[in-house]
Design a protein around this ligand. Structure first.
Ligand code: ASP
Length: 337
């Protein structure tokens, strides 16, 4: 292929370890993002020029533990522009791994395109011995350039594994195999230089949702949605604090099957009576939270199903922004997406 016949890929950089540097090749943890740019990352992978014509743009340069909904909006607008350009075949987003699953899930629900959107990052800084960023980036570009990746929603690809943004969760804080599919398992694998496709997301996304970045960008203040993590001696103090902070939704990361400590239950029942939505999620990664006790259902608590607490938070925000306070719409969204 001549270089002008290679697919054009838009690459949006947001920061993370993939553009971080340590003091030396053995520093693997305990660094902060510095002035290593996406251009430096691209020039470290000259093989990209054999795969695609890349147009890179920096949207942010932050450690992703400090991710904000403003970056989601800026990234969403950039993705919409690239999606509308008929000459762009696919989109790659480089992102810190800590909250990659959140930005990817937001994008999965809001991006109105069939074009491949592939998130990648790294667990080792760019300066590390056996840095994982360069190959992850090359593979993400290969995936985004593959016509068979179209219509599979937003993908998270690291360490040769391709996961749906709906299912992916960071489950290891240091290993290069940092992400797992919680329920569905991989949609594809990278095997050598081949991409092996295995599946598609079952639930609607992107063009199949009522949510959009434009709508999400409208309100001056986004609805407050708090996540509260349960434990022994959970006395409901944090539920009352969330209500005092005007939370419109509380995602309760309960024990087991979204279970609730009897002391915390009183505070949650009061919050629900005050029209705060209660989403019953679980601190257990994996599996499916069911509707549970009859009294929880009577109070309108909504089970998370197979969504992690952090993904419940994003879905609840999108529902509130799109429809306002509507128990029916909230319940329907959790059953559908
Ligand atoms: N601190 C990093 C982040 O921005 C971790 C990573 O990218 O792997 O999320």
């Amino acid at each position: 292929m001549t270089s002008s016949s290679l697919p054009r890929i838009a690459l949006f950089a947001t920061g993370g370890t993939i553009v971080s540097s340590g003091a030396d090749a053995l520093q693997m943890t305990g660094y902060r993002i510095g002035d290593f740019t996406v251009d430096a990352l691209l020039s470290a992978v000259p093989q990209l020029a054999q795969v695609a014509r890349i147009e890179a743009r920096e949207i942010a340069r932050i450690d992703s533990m400090s991710m904000t909904s403003q970056v989601w909006k800026d990234l969403g607008a950039a993705i919409a522009e690239a999606a509308a350009d008929p000459d762009i075949a696919g989109i790659v987003v480089t992102h810190g791994t800590d909250t990659m699953e959140e930005t990817a899930w937001f994008t999965h629900l809001t991006a109105k395109t069939e074009k491949p959107i592939v998130f990648t990052g790294a667990m080792r800084p760019a300066t590390a011995l056996a840095a994982d960023g360069p190959l992850n980036l090359l593979n993400a570009v290969r995936i985004a350039a593959d016509p068979a990746a179209r219509g599979r929603g937003v993908l998270i690809a690291l360490n040769d594994v391709i996961l749906s943004a709906r299912d992916a969760m960071k489950t290891n804080p240091t290993n290069v195999a940092a992400f797992s599919g919680l329920v569905q398992g991989p949609l594809g694998l990278v095997a050598g230089d081949a991409i092996v496709w295995l599946g598609r997301p079952e639930r609607p996304f992107g063009l199949g949702t009522p949510f959009s970045v434009e709508q999400f960008s409208r309100p001056r203040r986004l609805p407050r949605v708090d996540i509260l993590y349960s434990h022994a001696d959970d006395d409901g103090v944090l539920v009352r604090a969330a209500v005092a902070a005007r939370a419109e939704v509380i995602v309760h990361a309960g024990t087991g099957n979204g279970s609730i400590h009897e002391e915390c239950e009183k505070a949650l029942a009061e919050a629900a009576a005050d029209n705060v939505f209660i989403i019953r999620a679980s601190r257990v990664p994996g599996g499916c939270v069911t509707p549970g006790l009859a009294e929880w259902q009577e109070r309108g608590y909504i089970p998370a199903g197979t969504l992690s607490p952090q993904k419940c938070r994003i879905l609840a925000m999108l529902v509130l922004v799109q429809f306002g306070w509507s128990p029916e719409k909230m319940k329907e969204a959790f059953a559908t997406f």
